[in-house]
Ligand binder design. Sequence first.
Ligand code: HEM
Length: 519
Amino acid sequence: MPLLFLDYLFAALLLALIISLWRRRAPALPLPPGPRGIPLLGNALQIPKERPWLVYADWAKTYGELTHLNAFGQHLIILNTRQAARDLLEKRNAVYSGRVHMTFAGELVGWEKSVAMLEGPRHVQTRRMGQVMMSLAAVQAQYGEGMTAEAHRLLRNLLETPERWMDHYRSSAGAFIMLTTYGTVPGKERDALIEQAKHVVEHFSVAATPGNWIVDFVPFLKYLPAWVPGCGFNATGKAWRAELEHLVNSPFDGVKDMMPDRWQAKHIAPPSIVSDLLEKNPEPASEVLIRWLAGSLFAAGADTTVGALASFTLAMTKFPAAQRAAQAKLDSLVGRDRLPTFTDIDPERAPYLHALVKEVLRWGIIVPMGFPHRLSSPGEDEYLGWRIPPNTLLMPNAWAMSRDRDVYGEDVEVFRPERFLAMSKEQQTALGYGSPTFGFGGRVCLGQHVAYATLLVQIASILATFDIARPVGADGREVVPGEVGFSSGVVSHPDHFETVIRPRSKEAAELVQAANAFE
Ligand code: HEM
């Protein structure tokens, strides 16, 4: 027996030796190229804070498809081409659909239950539930009427106080999501929730900014009381958690109360994503997923849609020819004695309008670096001969992809909807809503069809009734906006610019008033 034991020991040592020799002979694949960092910090000091997509696009000229960075040991890879993003985030989405873990935003404030941060089977299950929003036709059929009425309210607000256009876009975006998600009707309660949501979304942006919170680097600090010097973030987290939970729970409980016997579909709740999901998934275990799915929609949808409308307004101010062309097409399609409906603006009848909305999403791309995806498999991956270590964060440079000259032509900085009309049907289908603005793979924006339908009806309604014009300076000449930058957050809005929004005619103003006569 002792001899047998020694045999085993000898065999094990031999095996260990062979493995170590083999490992030495087969060196690991290289990491993708990237700027040289410094010990411990890596590239942390080189990561650009202002409009990083511009710097990354510049680096891509040196490094190619992928740029590798390392910040305090965390691997980051910028995906510089749509092909690389498709190959990794779409074709291998089973392993590239993880998200980054954030102690402050996720655990302390409570965003970890939101769809955008969930991972694994709960994420897949929640997304499956979100399929109720999974086609443009379905969204229009179910919510088209309510969306049209919301668009009319936006027009009325623009007529009354045009200079407050950004406020009106914000409350309109909130109203659209409240309507589709909870079926909430206009009123004081809804206005209060939209106002509260504004703060929650602003706080999310601060909470999720990497580097803002020491507890993200030293997680055990979350256990210390807020009065310990340096741990005040625990009090902030608690306050923000309370407001987030109120926003998630209050409208949800309102719908639930209206459907006490929801499994029999005998209820008085208006049609909405929540009532639909509660009806189809009556088992109590689904409730928390539906509650947070609904809450996530507001957070993910409100600021993004507002940003897209701001980009639209900037584009119309800078490129009046596109505005005139869109108005002429709408006039010939709808006439000038009524407002457009969803039936008027389907892709077959209104191709120019669809091209214009796609161009808004491409030219003024508002999530320029997407949201990072995490490689969640325990082992490393390989792509084009490069090594991708587990836990790497992949960030698609959607801004650079939306300026790919091979796809969009040489004039990528010009707002020109015609570029989509010149493409074949196959090309257009491959590009989806025109650019990678809605992300990729198992994480692609869950609200993309709602967002697109919302923009379509809002933009058609505005163009039919208003002119978006350049202001006139003291010298009597039009002031053409110069180079307007975009803000640096995850959701990026155009910086301030001057514009004038006024009714196209007396008749157009009357149409807007008539559409809101019963309010
Ligand atoms: C123009 C408007 C919008 C843009 C540009 C946009 C863009 C995006 C992007 C880039 C992502 C990340 C995709 C990825 O990780 O690859 C995302 C995720 C998401 N969006 Fe949107 N979005 C918009 C509007 C909306 C709306 C209106 C809703 C809700 C009704 C919504 C709900 C979501 C949700 C729930 C996620 C998280 C998906 C997940 O992590 O599984 N979005 N969006």
